[in-house]
Design a protein around this ligand. Structure first.
Ligand SMILES: *Cc1c(COP(=O)(O)O)cnc(C)c1O
Length: 422
């Protein structure tokens, strides 16, 4: 941490990604952190061992003050967590073996039998499934609201959730958001959600607002600045950024993160040392990669926009709804590089387009260095019932694209020839 202390002014996150939280003198002068492959850590003496366990078990507040056992913590993971906190302006962060592990452990931490969880829709399909099927087994129910909801709709959904919780002998346990929604790209007004929650519950409550920021974070949206309490990531996407690892994280104030850490200590699910090391490497370039991908997406969308074979685009840089534009202007600093293309026709036309692509690869996922394309209706969202598909706008002519960091002109030429083949 010497870098932040000796600096004459606060350093920017990109600068801090090179050294923050790591002291080479503790590792034989190794400029980069070694990968610490160990399952356990030697205590200096018995009293230190006792002190560490008092922290781990919660007998003493503040958590472990040293390294104990690799299901709880490790050097690579702790450096990663320090650096992840910086991007979101969070007090603390925790890394997990996948985005879904992070989400499941977070929800299990905050929800008890009888409780109600409010969530925006649509959510990542596995998250929706976890809420609707798994949490339901433990007596936790949910109410969802459409991503673009107004303040009045938010007040109403909170009132309904509290009434439902009272009926079930529980409480409103969490408001869980995902913004933008996939594949609609509908934005949630985090500031309005926070104002509605505070108006209903006051300041002394146990109902955090958590948000999955995978699509725009950490560069283009900082939810903690807009009233969210906990920010969630699939680090598999932009943060990892090279389509070569799976990991997740949560970040926020210590008071919200400490209980999650306790359950992670019990269940496991911490990212392994090798993955944590890979993520440290990824974080050094995350701003470069995301900036380039965002610029590429803007150029590709400018090309696609007027194309005769394209009906419309779902791209945050070209919003046609005034309320959504207002949310965007208040919350986002960039339009991202993942968007929807509605091709004139249906599945057959989309498949011809996808099969003709040469540079863009046909795969689900997003946020990698390479451009990916997929067909949600027949792939990621195949199991979504038809009426819900219609209400979410997941039509047969929708292609989902995540733009990478290739040369923009090469990408445009690839999309042009693929559209010719439609
Ligand atoms: C991929 C993804 C997840 C799940 O993350 P994994 O790392 O695959 O477990 C959750 N939310 C969003 C928005 C995602 O894109």
């Amino acid at each position: 941490m010497a870098d932040s202390k000796s600096a004459p002014r606060p350093l920017k996150p990109s600068t801090m990604m090179m050294g923050h939280g790591y002291d080479p003198a503790l590792s034989e002068g190794s400029l980069k952190p070694p990968i610490f492959l160990t399952s356990t850590f030697a205590f200096e003496n018995a009293a230190a061992g006792k002190r560490h366990f008092e922290g781990i078990t919660g007998k003493r507040p503040g958590g472990a003050d040293g390294l104990v056992y690799s299901r709880f913590n490790g050097p690579n993971q702790e450096i990663l967590e320090d650096r992840l906190s910086i991007w979101d302006g969070a007090e603390d962060a925790l890394c997990f073996s996948s985005g879904m592990t992070a989400i499941c452990v977070l929800m299990l931490t905050y929800c008890s039998a009888g409780d109600v969880i409010i969530h925006s829709g649509p959510l990542y399909a596995a998250t929706e499934g976890f809420v609707a099927k798994t949490l339901a087994k433990f007596g936790v129910s949910y109410i969802d609201f459409p991503a673009g909801a107004s303040s009045e709709e938010l007040d109403d959904v909170i009132a309904r959730a509290r009434a439902q919780a009272a009926d079930q002998g529980g409480k409103l346990a969490m408001i869980y958001l995902e913004s933008p929604g996939n594949p609609t790209n509908a934005l949630v007004d985090i500031e309005a959600v926070s104002a509605a929650r505070d108006a209903a519950l006051g300041t002394d409550h146990a109902c955090p607002i958590a948000i999955d920021n995978t699509f725009l974070g950490p560069l283009w949206q900082r939810p903690l600045d807009h009233g969210a309490d906990i920010v969630v990531y699939s680090l598999t996407k932009y943060v990892g950024g090279h389509s070569d690892l799976v990991a997740g994280s949560v970040a926020g104030a210590k008071k919200w993160i400490d209980p999650v850490r306790m359950l992670r200590n019990t269940m496991g699910g911490i990212a392994d040392p090798n993955t944590a090391w890979m993520l440290l490497r990824s974080l050094e370039t995350v701003e470069l990669r995301m900036s380039r991908a965002g610029e590429n997406a803007a150029r590709v969308c400018a090309f696609l926009k007027g194309h005769p074979k394209i009906e419309r685009l779902g791209y945050l840089g070209m919003i046609d709804d005034a309320r959504q534009q207002d949310i965007y202007d208040r919350h986002c600093t960039g339009a991202g590089s993942t968007f929807s293309v509605f091709i004139r026709g249906g599945e057959a036309e989309c498949f011809r387009f996808l099969d003709a692509l040469r540079i863009a690869k046909l795969a689900v996922s997003l946020g990698g260095t390479e451009t990916l394309a997929s067909h949600p209706a027949s792939m990621t969202h195949l199991s979504v019932p038809d009426p819900r598909k219609v209400s979410l706008g997941i039509s047969d002519n929708l292609v989902r694209i995540s733009i990478g960091i290739e040369d923009a002109d090469d990408l445009i030429a690839d999309f042009e020839q693929a559209l010719d083949a439609v």
